[in-house]
Design a binder for this molecule. Structure first.
Ligand code: ZN
Length: 154
């Protein structure tokens, strides 16, 4: 049986890559090897699958009672944590932030961070990592609109 964890789940066009990450309840099956920490269950980086060039994104599912084993900071990149299910706690520079579905936390590179799921259900979240101060134009300010009627192939 071939391992089609990546190729079978990716559709590419000239200007897009679509990756099927699986349903949220399947996310704990994914894990990533982090040097010095071993396997981190439920974490999956998307840069390679999507061919990202300006940011790194991970999708994460942390089991009840689990937590990161170490603090970390970053050198160049800010991080945005988008909590989409469950609840837990983040600690940044010693300050505790209660997080739950709908909480979004931006942390500057120097912030000393750690987080845990101190609840009884999985905590699911996205982490977006992007170079601090790299954004020149954004939102609709970066859009251009071709003069073209909307057509959906039937
Ligand atoms: Zn980080």
């Amino acid at each position: 049986m071939s391992d089609c964890k990546t190729e079978c789940n990716i559709k590419k066009g000239i200007h897009f890559t679509a990756y099927e990450s699986g349903a949220q309840h399947d996310w704990p099956a994914q894990s990533v090897e982090i040097p010095g920490l071993g396997q981190i269950p439920g974490k999956h980086f998307l840069k390679e699958a999507l061919g990202l060039t300006g940011c790194e994104i991970s999708i994460n599912s942390m089991a009840p009672g689990a937590g990161m084993p170490i603090y970390h900071q970053h050198q160049q990149n800010e991080e945005v944590y988008v909590f989409i299910q469950g609840k837990g706690q983040m600690q940044v520079d010693g300050e505790v932030i209660e997080v739950k579905e709908g909480t979004i936390v931006r942390i500057a590179p120097g912030g000393e961070r750690i987080w845990r799921n101190n609840s009884n259900e999985p905590m699911r979240y996205l982490v977006i990592q992007v170079r601090e101060n790299s954004l020149n134009q954004y939102g609709l300010g970066d859009a251009k609109v071709p003069e073209k009627a909307v057509v959906w192939p039937s």
